[in-house]
Design a protein around this ligand. Structure first.
Ligand code: SF4
Length: 157
């Protein structure tokens, strides 16, 4: 998996102060996409062990307290990205159980296949659905168009 951007301190992509990773690769081709350069799976740079360590270090940072990690893109739930992201979210929940994980995807929740569903136990908030320009509304919070749904999951250990 490649990624385009990593923001160690971010206050606009989800609630609270967060770390945000924009991964590469998306096949939804939404008209009016805000980030077309993220469509290519080879855009950006490889997500490696050092990057994973950096994210964990930032989440554990007590000087600037982060509420959690946001995964955007691109599409973090494209099957090609799951191989890299599943171990990451599992590790975060193991080592930082108090941090929440937000994910933006162009798939609808009910469309997710078995591979993609493996991510769900580790996701606290999922914003799903393609961006539909005709339903775009700048007044919406955390989503770009009215068709997209904010799912807040409650996980019982
Ligand atoms: S899902 Fe997101 S990144 Fe992918 S084309 Fe649609 S708006 Fe762009």
């Amino acid at each position: 998996m490649n990624y385009l951007q990593y923001y160690p301190v971010d206050i606009v992509n989800g609630e609270g102060t967060r770390c945000t990773l924009f991964v590469s690769g998306c096949t939804h081709a939404c008209k009016g996409c805000y980030n077309q350069k993220s469509w290519s799976f080879s855009a950006g740079v490889p997500f490696n062990h050092a990057m994973e360590e950096q994210i964990l270090k930032d989440l554990k940072d007590t000087r600037i307290k982060r509420q959690g990690l946001s995964l955007s893109g691109g599409d973090p739930l494209h099957p090609q990205n799951i191989t890299a992201l599943l171990p990451l979210v599992q590790r975060i929940k193991r080592e930082c159980p108090d941090k929440d994980i937000w994910v933006w995807t162009g798939y609808r929740l009910e469309e997710l296949d078995e591979t993609q569903q493996q991510m769900l136990p580790y996701i606290d908030v999922l914003i799903d659905g393609k961006f539909i320009q005709e339903q775009a509304d700048p007044a919406l919070v955390w989503r770009g168009s009215a068709n997209q749904v904010i799912h807040r999951f409650t996980h019982i250990d």
